[in-house]
Design a protein around this ligand. Sequence first.
Ligand SMILES: [Zn+2]
Length: 550
Amino acid sequence: MTDYLQTQERILELRHQINHHNRLYYVLDAPKISDEEYDALLRELQKLENEFPSLVTPDSPAQRVGAEPLKTFGIVKHRKPLLSLANAFCKEELREWHKRITKLLPGEKISFVCEHKMDGLAVALTYENGVLTTGATRGNGDEGENITNNLRTIRSLPLTALGNFPQRFEVRGEVFLPKTNFDKLNRERERDGLPIFANPRNAAAGSVRQLDSKVTARRPLDIFIYALGWAENDQLPDSHWEMLEQVKSWSLKLNPNNRLVDTLDAVEQYYDEWVEKRDNLPYEADGIVVKLNDLSQQERLGAASREPRWAIAFKFPAHQATTQLKDIGISVGRTGTLNPYAILEPVFVGGVVIKQASLHNEDDIRRKDIRIGDTVVLQRAGDVIPQVISPVLEKRKANSLVFSIEDKLRGSDGASHCPVCNERIVRTEGEAMYYCPNAACPAQLAEKLEHFVSKQGMDIRGLGERLAVVFMAEGLVKDVADLYDLKPEQLALREGMGEKSGYNIVVAIERSRTRPLSNIIFALGIRHVGGETAAILAREFGSLKLLSEA
Ligand SMILES: [Zn+2]
């Protein structure tokens, strides 16, 4: 029994420490211990909670790693509806909105809170006695999906509130994927042959709506709280700004770029400033939100057709440019997919020089009727990935042709061939993609090898993705299996590689045989099987043998 009590005490102590360091790291951005020290605390807590399941509580930071998968999400009825915002697309519309509200509040002094309109997913979070008990999507505004387990995995979201919080309250916030994480996630998905997310909002929404919260836990999501939904407390401040400050004092995270202003001019200034600087933000914002600061004024103005009269979203202009589509290139993916991409006359879009853009697949190119030689409209969707939106038809050359992958790759024999290995290409009935069916296609082998040795795959240190491809080009290896036959002497013969580094690489290759099953499955690079699916397959089947029999 003393064992139990001691464990309980240690668990409480660990939770307290971890929550404290979480807050320093994720909310205040001022960590005091190293990642290793933090991991050690978390691992100790997880171990104790595994040994003593009766001591597990929903607010334990060890529970952030994700709960067991759900069959489906439950429904949460919002106590107060989550309204949507009216939009303004130009200053004229913003000024009209301002005119309307000043008319409704004659002679009253008004001030505004300006916030960034995050490109993410709106959620409502309920805390009871300081513990996060329910997290829900906006849904239709009245009812949302219960995604509590997934939201618990967001490190900057406190599982327990601090300070002088009301007994029960609900805050509203925007879950988002920071830009760097979005780029990284898409690169991984591209490498795994999975469809990439068009913008950070899709990525955030896809991540929080995972039935398996362990998947969500691996996505580095963040959250900014932008409002108090309701609270069981009559001691609340009477302005939105002070309300936000109070929410912050309960340890919830606000966007540091919020601003309280007194005039319409200052609102426009805030807008202009961020139109200018938005590319440097660590997250995607697609506009600003302007809210009346005084809560009693908000109350009196109310809502019309489910949009509050006291707030408006003022959208940033899209990052667009026109340029010439010089050619459409075809690259060969790891699983043999033939991927068309736009080769462009270099152009600035949203502060970045764009030379190439994604074109998805042939169906998409034809649907948009994009032809080589066209002047095209380019847009950075979600301000990240450049996409060809449409051709400028007035500028089309008279002799332009409808694009076809088969025509593009047609040889003198009349058939269409892989641009790398010259194999006849195929298209599976009902699929948008063409494939090079040649398993020995050098482009595919290089991509496969690169994928195999990658960190998420076999993680063969010292070999590295680039070197693996060099080995292939030099004829040292023809496929993945050949790696395991490499001899230190062979490597030592290579220019610039000593006996020792050759030996180290062979040892690293040998050691990779003990990688966890999920990594091995991932490394094999089966079409449609990414890191997340690989982990699930490994859990379900337990061994490669069982999996191959399934
Ligand atoms: Zn090929």
